[in-house]
Design a protein around this ligand. Structure first.
Ligand code: ZN
Length: 94
């Protein structure tokens, strides 16, 4: 299993095991994000979906979640005037 130097936690760790996204963003995730941070995002995304009632059936919901993912994983700075959605009990990085 390949290791990556993760841009979020800045540690060299195991790369994401599954293939979370297709296309360019999927490759970026595999190259830049470790499995641990991915797991954290996964847990966070479930909370965001529940708390903000994001529907993944429509494009707007998917776009919103993908934007949140990029902010959470530090793939992109938050767009001006926008912040990461906050949910309670975000587990700390180990
Ligand atoms: Zn990481």
């Amino acid at each position: 299993m390949a290791d990556v130097t993760c841009i979020r936690c800045e540690q060299t760790r195991e790369a994401i095991k599954d293939n979370p996204y297709g296309g360019k963003i999927g490759l970026t995730l595999k190259e830049k994000i470790c499995d641990l941070c991915w797991q954290e995002w996964y847990a966070q995304s479930i909370k965001i979906i529940n708390e903000y009632r994001i529907s993944l059936r429509d494009q707007k919901g998917r776009d919103e979640l993908s934007k949140q993912m990029k902010i959470f994983l530090k793939l992109e700075p938050a767009p001006e005037g926008e912040t990461a959605l906050q949910v309670e009990d975000t587990p700390p990085s180990k």
